[in-house]
Design a binder for this molecule. Structure first.
Ligand SMILES: [Zn+2]
Length: 287
């Protein structure tokens, strides 16, 4: 059941609860960022874990993008998802190149600080909605719940389990997304939150269950009905064409030099690590 969002309604259809075991997805993305330390992996992993669940509430050609800016605006994390569960995420250059002395000695709370903010961009290319909220919890996950409550006026709880070894390697990752449907009593969100926070091992094991998820969830919640599932996977939409633009920005002298030496120019995507090579004949077309 890895990399599959399990969508359920609980408590007599008053609450929607989505669960995902996204260990594989996060491992894929973290391995593309293998130069990073434990905190950088945690930042990226938690952000992707949340955005992967948010893909489950998208429809049609809608997308969602998260931009998390730390108190020092030099440091940012980006992640986005579409309704097909195509997920990607990356640390900005400032964060990737942060000195190891700084990044090894700062906590997640300290890095986010009291001026961190989350920008959420949702919708289709034609019709976008942007919401910005502060980060009072300084831990990403509770701050996204805060975003839903503040900006979308929906009672929401997001919870993640994210296990790392000492080097920052991922041991497990799973998450739940809970939203009260109109008319549901408000206290239900606290009931579910409490159940999640006191049964972390249960959720770490849940992804290993192939068929009896409804039965398993019924041990914790009332009236569980599975209403569907949808996949999540890493996908970067980059293409060679996109990188022609970057080559245009190089000065013509550099291009001419490569052509005269019959050398290719290589360029890489920061998100997925794919490299694109431009042959001198292709460079010729640019000058
Ligand atoms: Zn790419």
């Amino acid at each position: 059941m890895q990399n599959l969002i399990i969508k359920t309604l609980i408590y007599d259809k008053q609450v929607r609860l989505y669960f995902v075991d996204n260990t594989k997805l996060i491992n894929t993305i973290i391995s593309l960022n293998n130069e990073t330390n434990k905190l950088q992996k945690l930042l990226l992993g938690k952000t992707i874990s949340v955005v992967s669940l948010m893909s489950g509430i998208l429809k049609g050609d809608h997308r969602v993008s998260l931009q998390i800016t730390m108190s020092n605006p030099k440091y940012k994390v980006f992640a986005d998802a579409d309704a097909k569960g195509n997920i990607r995420g990356y640390l900005n250059e400032g964060l990737r190149n942060a000195s190891s002395e700084f990044i090894s000695n700062v906590s997640l709370e300290q890095l986010i600080g009291d001026k961190g903010n989350i920008r959420v961009i949702k919708g289709s290319a034609m019709n976008q909605f942007t919401g910005i909220t502060d980060m009072p919890y300084q831990n990403i996950v509770d701050d996204i719940s805060h975003y839903f409550i503040q900006s979308e006026q929906t009672q929401t709880f997001l919870g993640t389990n994210f296990g790392q070894n000492l080097e920052g390697g991922l041991l497990f990752s799973n998450a739940i997304f809970v939203q009260l449907l109109p008319g549901a009593p408000h206290h239900l969100i606290d009931v579910i939150k409490h159940i999640f926070l006191t049964n972390r091992d249960f959720f770490n094991d849940l992804g290993k269950n192939k068929n009896n998820i409804e039965e398993k969830l019924s041990e914790l919640f009332e009236d569980v009905k599975i209403i569907g599932c949808s996949p999540v996977q890493f996908f970067c939409g980059c293409s060679k064409e996109m990188f022609y633009g970057m080559l245009y920005a190089l000065n013509k002298g550099e291009l001419r030099q490569a052509i005269s030496k019959k050398e290719s120019i290589e360029t890489g995507c920061q998100i997925c690590g794919r490299t694109y090579s431009f042959h001198p004949d292709e460079l010729q077309a640019l000058i």
